[in-house]
Design a protein around this ligand. Sequence first.
Ligand SMILES: CC(=O)N[C@H]1[C@@H](OP(=O)(O)OP(=O)(O)OC[C@H]2O[C@@H](n3ccc(=O)[nH]c3=O)[C@H](O)[C@@H]2O)O[C@H](CO)[C@@H](O)[C@@H]1O[C@H](C)C(=O)N[C@@H](C)C(=O)N[C@H](CCC(=O)O)C(=O)O
Ligand SMILES: Nc1ncnc2c1ncn2[C@@H]1O[C@H](COP(=O)(O)OP(=O)(O)OP(=O)(O)O)[C@@H](O)[C@H]1O
Ligand SMILES: N[C@H](CCC[C@H](N)C(=O)O)C(=O)O
Ligand SMILES: [Mg+2]
Length: 497
Amino acid sequence: MNWKTVCDGLSAVERFCAAVEVSGVEYDSRRMGRGDVFVAMRGEATDGNRYIEAAIAKGAMAVVTDSREAYEKLRREHAGVGAALVERGRRALAEVSAAVMGHPERGLALSGVTGTNGKTTTAFLLEAMLRSVGRTCVLIGTIETHVGDEVRVSPHTTPESRDVLEIFADGVKAGATEAVMEMSSHALEQERVWGLPVDVAMFTNLTQDHLDYHGTMEKYFAAKARLFERVGSPAPRVAVINGDDSYGRRLIAANRQSQMMGYGLEPLSGDYRAEDIKLQAGETRFIFKTPNGDALMRSSLTGRVNVYNLLAASCAALARGMTLEEVVAGAASGAQVPGRFEVVPSSNDMTVVVDYAHTDDALRNLISLARELVKERSGRVITLFGCGGDRDKTKRPRMGRAAGKGSDLVVLTSDNPRSEDPMEIINEALAGVRETATRCIVEQDRAAAIEIAIRAAKAGDIVLIAGKGHEKVQILREGTVPFDDVAVAAGVLREIA
Ligand SMILES: CC(=O)N[C@H]1[C@@H](OP(=O)(O)OP(=O)(O)OC[C@H]2O[C@@H](n3ccc(=O)[nH]c3=O)[C@H](O)[C@@H]2O)O[C@H](CO)[C@@H](O)[C@@H]1O[C@H](C)C(=O)N[C@@H](C)C(=O)N[C@H](CCC(=O)O)C(=O)O
Ligand SMILES: Nc1ncnc2c1ncn2[C@@H]1O[C@H](COP(=O)(O)OP(=O)(O)OP(=O)(O)O)[C@@H](O)[C@H]1O
Ligand SMILES: N[C@H](CCC[C@H](N)C(=O)O)C(=O)O
Ligand SMILES: [Mg+2]
């Protein structure tokens, strides 16, 4: 594509439309190919403007920068290279990528989901519903990325706009008409989803997480709320919002532009509600009440939180034109989401569950679900958890309290300590557990800790292995090593069988 054509569609402060052809876009000098546009973005760790020379050396035909100094240097020293001076690097990245890739976002109806917990599960459910009526989908989220039937690894929950658009372009080629995407608060704040036309936006809930990045709950909420505002693209056509959540109610009250679908369990939560809920291990049933009729909803997912996820996905599927009957049939077709209340198969008479609960709210929900499940058989709840390093430190004692409060035994261990000292993280969480009277065993090594937790269980007990879910690695100061909670737990269960 001609750089001038790209330039014409770019909201730039100044531009130099050299007569060059560009074939791709990159934001990382290490990934540059000949003929690409390099978009320099200012980050927290470094500044993309430092890598302009490296990008040109690798064959950049044009450079987009938010630095006047860098722009003027480019004009002086690289007369043959196209250039644009913009206000915000990440916005420009989205605009340039969409133009160079021929606007793949226009070929897909996009449903986006945000919230602290439940994004991955809701996205998987919605994709299953859409697929059940024969639609080809793109799915972008924490666990993996789907381009129709092709499964790819997800380096991030929400990639940079350039990478999202590349996936969209592949999706369009594969015949996709729908895209379902998790939109993390980091991505909304950093405008990684700038310019994407969201048709249906979903909000699951907001509880404490990521305060290391956002600072306060209000700022964290403001980042999530951007999905429902007119920033960079029109406001979503339909907003699907959890009316049982106090932040959700604020979004509902502030809404002026979208068709509103409020959902929840409380009578005032909205027009889409779950009533007569029946929860069992491996089965959830409820009456899905809608303004256009009611239907019996059944799913193999376990737990009350999944009632919310089913409601959000069902509302979105209705908004995408599916009938109530199709939605209900589609929900029944939704399979296990990896690492979300995943029961590890075993011949022992205890239950071992791997779950991605990594906030105090998720732990509380998980433990109270486990408590309900063991009630009849008078079993105990044994909870293993750890807290991530280089992430929100204030959630550590809160997670400790939540684990201690509902469990009969806590095993405290490591969960991606990253650059931090694992024992320091453990001690911060331990302070919370100690506020409760629950016995706590500390074992820094996660594999050893899993073994301790399972060996402590008796017939009828449930062992919750929380925090890592689908993850396949442990991130340590010394490096990243393969690690899989399900595999480790299955190994221990085999040994004691
Ligand atoms: C805090 C955060 O979100 N950081 C992300 C962000 O980094 P940054 O803006 O600080 O960028 P930077 O590293 O300073 O680099 C600036 C620019 O220089 C470029 N560069 C850098 C080096 C070089 O040699 N050449 C070069 O061109 C970089 O590609 C970048 O464009 O942009 C980078 C490029 O895309 C990301 O890799 C990085 O993710 C880091 C690794 C990360 O851990 N992110 C997590 C917190 C995250 O985003 N998580 C959410 C999910 C959270 C949830 O569970 O809800 C997610 O959406 O995945
Ligand atoms: N609707 C919900 N409300 C509260 N907790 C939930 C909900 N859905 C799932 N959870 C809990 O949160 C954990 C993570 O769920 P899920 O992966 O669906 O959320 P997520 O928002 O994608 O998380 P992340 O931002 O880390 O990717 C689950 O394992 C479960 O313990
Ligand atoms: N994706 C989230 C959750 C990771 C959960 C836990 N395994 C951790 O490493 O803290 C994050 O990066 O904060
Ligand atoms: Mg997720």
